[in-house]
Design a binder for this molecule. Structure first.
Ligand code: CUA
Length: 158
């Protein structure tokens, strides 16, 4: 089969790009530990504000001494809006939505979750430095989307 010289160049170029992109994915997954979220846990979005772990959101210390923050992302506010956590300890964030799709991004960290009604999203982070971290919703959720923000206040370990 005759393939024109320039067509052959372009085929090799396209093949090279595919190999490059695939290599970039494998490299970030293996060397950079960047994995897509795989946590699947469902709940009823209509009752989560009434009963269960998301009815009174906030920081809780589990029986084993670990820290969990339960949050709700709902029309244009995070509940609680401001969360205080200690520095230097792993904090597990569990968040869900009773209405539409929201985002939960802690600016300056690797925590960046999509919050879907009916599902619990989870991420764990250890804040090394005390300070205030901005939390933003990064999924367009409606007219008040641009005002939907909160804060994580990291306090020096006592
Ligand atoms: Cu919530 Cu955008």
């Amino acid at each position: 089969m005759h393939v024109d010289r320039f067509e052959r160049y372009w085929m090799w170029a396209a093949t090279g790009m595919l190999a490059l992109f695939l290599g970039a994915i494998v490299l970030t997954a293996v060397a950079g530990s960047a994995h897509p979220p795989s946590h699947v846990e469902t709940l009823d979005p209509e009752t989560l504000s009434v009963a269960g772990e998301f009815a009174s959101p906030g920081l809780t210390e589990e029986a084993d001494g670990s820290l969990t923050v339960h949050l709700r992302a709902e029309f244009y506010v995070f509940r609680p809006e401001i969360v205080r956590v200690p520095a230097g300890r792993p904090v597990r964030f569990r968040i869900t939505s009773p209405d539409v799709l929201h985002g939960f991004q802690i600016v300056g960290t690797n925590v960046n979750l999509t919050v879907a009604p009916g599902y619990v999203s989870e991420a764990t982070h250890t804040f090394r430095e005390p300070g205030e971290y901005l939390v933003v919703c990064n999924e367009y959720c409606g007219l008040g989307h641009h005002n939907m923000q909160g804060a994580i206040v990291v306090e020096a370990a006592r």
